[in-house]
Design a protein around this ligand. Structure first.
Ligand code: PXL
Length: 246
């Protein structure tokens, strides 16, 4: 039986990030992806033009319409744009008893602002307490915790202050990924790849974790496999659709 997962995120029409990228990752790993759109963006990997958010009523209707016909257990969230949308998504997670991997997206790799205002407070207050994992990069983890993160020791301390299990990605920390599951920390070192093509890698990572969870891997194994998946993707030119470890 194929497992059904859900991405709740923005649309990047160049499809390297956002819902379209998530769907490709889901497909590559062998789960059926559904996609709820929180906002449209006009962008490419190099330039961000603008954002058009979807109303929270319509996001709610999209989620309900998928949940009405599909059994979904694992979801990921990406660009949520506003505190109102964050609150709505937290309510849906509780209503449908969803296990959510949260990519606490605030700014695009291209530098575009994906949010209307500072979302850290709403993420901390509403979404992370209802999530099974958050996957911030260093700057997102700094915004969530208020800590400055310059070393892996700082990252370990930051994970202890994130309001759910977490993975702080190591792209800006010499390749040291910091995982905290149930208060236990582990560090996974990856080599940094010399590239300027990293658009959407955070989206692909949280989508891959969600897909591996749906395929019955535990949280730690899902993270390790997803880190591998994204690493191989970056090494192969970040195409988005790759040969995945099933
Ligand atoms: O990678 C962050 C991100 C998330 N969601 C959307 C994006 C981006 C980055 O560009 O466009 C829709």
């Amino acid at each position: 039986m194929i497992m059904i997962v859900m991405s709740i995120a923005g649309v990047d029409p160049s499809a390297g990030a956002g819902v379209f990228a998530d769907l490709k990752t889901f497909q590559a790993i062998g789960v059926y992806g559904t996609g709820i759109v929180t906002a449209l963006t006009a962008q490419n990997p190099y330039r961000f033009f603008s954002t058009q958010p979807v109303s929270k009523e319509y996001i709610s209707e999209q989620i309900d319409s998928v949940m009405d016909s599909y059994e979904v257990e694992f979801i990921k969230t990406g660009m949520l744009y506003s505190p109102e949308i964050i609150k709505l998504v937290s309510r849906k997670i509780r209503k449908y008893d969803l296990k959510a991997v949260v990519d606490p997206v605030m700014v695009a790799t291209s530098g575009g602002d994906l949010t209307r205002e500072d979302l850290a407070d709403a993420l901390n207050r509403y979404l992370l307490p209802n999530a099974i994992l958050a996957t911030p990069n260093v700057s997102e983890a700094e915004k969530l915790t208020g800590f400055k993160i310059s070393t892996k020791e700082d990252a370990i301390k930051a994970t202890e202050n994130i309001k759910c299990d977490s993975l702080i990605t190591g792209g800006h920390l010499d390749g040291f990924n910091t995982i905290n599951i149930d208060g236990e920390t582990s560090i996974v070192k990856q080599e940094l790849i010399d590239t300027d093509n990293l658009h959407g890698t955070g989206c692909n990572l949280s989508a891959a974790i969600t897909a591996y969870l749906a395929k019955d891997n535990d949280l730690h194994d899902s993270i390790l496999k997803a880190l591998d998946y994204v690493y191989e993707g970056i090494k192969n030119g970040n195409y988005g659709t790759l040969i995945a470890k099933l």
